[in-house]
Design a protein around this ligand. Structure first.
Ligand code: F6P
Length: 539
């Protein structure tokens, strides 16, 4: 598309664009390059862009048909072409009077009916009306799931801890490594433990394996038979048959639909553990937050559209600054799992190398997404962000007010936390020149070592506090950012065929490990490792 060429030409003209110079030349840049979206303020002034860059990027998005694809998604068209599915996570948070049709059927009543069932269940567990097999109330909820059936609720539970019931304990088990379930169940009383088995397909081997082990732990612990399962296991799935096959009464199943992708499922019934933690009101507030950003994404003009902006900035750096990764750095301990959540959202969506019609993609697609809470990162990998040889665009996320019942002393620490966020953005953008270092009297042989090149792009996202609604807004912002990028690259962001091969091979290799079975076609490298493994296991 000529729009790519125009951007390449523009990049050449910009040459060694310097943030110091961009700010010096435009006193209003900080204010102009900011957008308020719901409760989120996005400052994108510290990006290596000019008005021309942003215009050319928007033209690229228009030419690539991103707005049209967005509208098709909202309308419920089957834009996930390789799986022939609609992509309607936006329907999960739409108001009950909305009409969104898939194959002529309005899906919104179904969404709200499941939400109502979740609400009843939530109220019963929280109030103690829901009793375990022995008549005791539930004290611990264990969510068993993996990928989107774990990362969403686990991340959001962590993010919103101050808003959750402190009378109940929540644990999340995902890894097929038995250590995960072992540690999660430590100290729990089976009579007071409720398992939520969350799996869209209900065929995922990690989840089913852990669920079987959990059921055994429960029945052994209670000394009870299969009849105890109904009071201690509920399921969240699209697959009623498999749920019944596992032994969970389908009355205790909360459904969702094939048009909800795993990594987009937090606000479907997959969020059941979160709803129990937050209560119905908190969960609905989160959904309203999602919905507010959906509306913004659908309706705001491209030049004021935050997901478009974030998506296009990422494309700009990947294509024209050779940026291979993107850091997400929350200055909130509660958001410690947010980068891991975004890894699935972004990398499973846009880690693709063929276009929608199966041709090799000609552009660099999704970056490696990574990060941890910012202050901890400062004492670990920020060295590379400041003085390494590669450009790593970063998002800095912070909040004006701490939440929760912090003591006055701990509340006072919040200014220090946020001072770090602001300082890092400043240092990354503007650095410290050799002249400035010399002016401090630093010995000449150390000047190069103590110089900061700056010009490292960041976007700052600021909100008043990390509430359920704000979390919903944040997640929706990134969901739609990922959409924009996938649409520009003309890839299908909604399938994940790349995870299949490893799953199939693991199933073939497993019998070789346990029984020494001959696996036909095993390559020499894997065969040698299997032999060594068996020796180490004394087999
Ligand atoms: O790893 C692939 C994947 O299909 C993810 O997309 C999904 O979130 C995860 O596995 C879990 O799948 P399920 O919910 O079907 O157990």
């Amino acid at each position: 598309m000529p729009e790519w060429d125009a951007l390449a030409e523009h990049r050449k003209q910009l040459g060694e664009v310097r943030l110091r110079e961009l700010f010096a030349a435009d006193a209003g840049r900080a204010g102009r390059y900011g957008i308020q979206v719901g409760d989120l303020y996005l400052d994108y002034s510290r990006n290596l862009v000019t008005d021309d860059t942003l215009r050319l990027l928007r033209e690229l998005a228009e030419a690539a048909g991103v707005p049209a694809l967005r509208d098709a998604m909202f309308r419920g068209e089957r834009i996930n072409t390789t799986e022939d599915r609609a992509v309607l996570h936006t329907a999960l948070r739409s108001p009950s009077d909305a009409v969104i049709e898939v194959d002529g059927v309005n899906v919104v009543p179904g969404v709200h009916s499941v939400l109502s069932r979740m609400q009843v269940f939530t109220d019963n567990v929280r109030s103690g009306v829901w009793k375990g097999h022995t008549g005791r109330r539930i004290r611990t909820v264990v969510n068993i799931g993996i990928g989107g059936s774990d990362l969403g609720p686990a991340m959001a539970y962590e993010a919103l801890r101050p808003w959750t019931s402190r009378e109940l304990d929540f644990r999340f088990v995902s890894n097929v490594d038995g250590a995960d379930l072992h540690e999660a169940l430590r100290g729990l009383d089976p009579a007071e433990t409720l398992f939520i088995v969350a799996s869209k397909t209900f065929t995922t081997v990690e989840t089913v394996t852990n669920a079987v082990s959990a059921r055994k732990w429960l029945l052994d612990g209670l000394g009870a038979g299969q009849e105890a399962v109904a009071r201690h296991f509920v399921a969240v799935s699209t697959n009623a048959e498999k749920v019944a096959g596992f032994g969970i009464d389908t009355h205790n199943m909360f459904e969702f639909w094939d048009w909800v992708g795993g990594r987009y499922s937090l606000d479907s019934a997959i969020g059941l553990s979160l709803m129990v933690a937050l209560g119905n009101d908190g969960f609905r507030e989160m959904l309203a937050g999602f919905h507010a950003v959906d509306e913004h994404f659908r309706d705001a003009p491209l030049e004021r559209n935050a997901p478009f902006l974030l998506g296009l900035l990422g494309i700009w750096y990947g294509e024209f600054f050779d940026a291979r990764s993107h850091a997400v750095l929350p200055y909130s301990h509660y958001l410690s799992k947010f980068p891991a959540y975004l890894q699935q959202l972004d990398m499973e969506s846009n880690g693709k190398s063929v276009t929608r019609d199966g041709r090799p993609v000609s552009r660099r697609t999704g970056p490696v997404v990574w990060g941890t809470p910012g202050t901890n990162g400062q004492h670990a990998y920020f060295q590379l962000l400041h003085q390494g040889t590669q450009v790593i665009p970063a998002d800095l996320i912070g909040f004006a007010r701490p939440v929760g019942e912090l003591s006055a002393d701990l509340t006072a620490q919040h200014d220090l936390l946020m001072a770090n966020l602001f300082a890092q953005g400043q240092a990354l953008a503007f650095g410290k020149t050799a002249e400035e270092v010399r002016a401090e009297g630093v010995a000449e042989e150390l000047v190069a070592h103590r110089t900061f090149p700056g010009n490292r792009p960041t976007t700052t996202i600021l909100a008043a506090e990390l509430s359920p609604s704000v979390l919903g807004q944040l997640v929706a912002l990134y969901e739609h950012k990922v959409f924009v990028q996938g649409a520009v690259w003309d890839i299908n962001s909604f399938d994940q065929w790349g995870v299949e091969l490893g799953k199939v091979l693991a199933r073939r290799i497993e019998p070789a490990l346990a029984e020494g079975a001959d696996v036909p076609g095993l390559d020499a490298s894997t065969a040698a490792l299997v032999t060594r493994y068996r020796e180490l296991r004394g087999r």
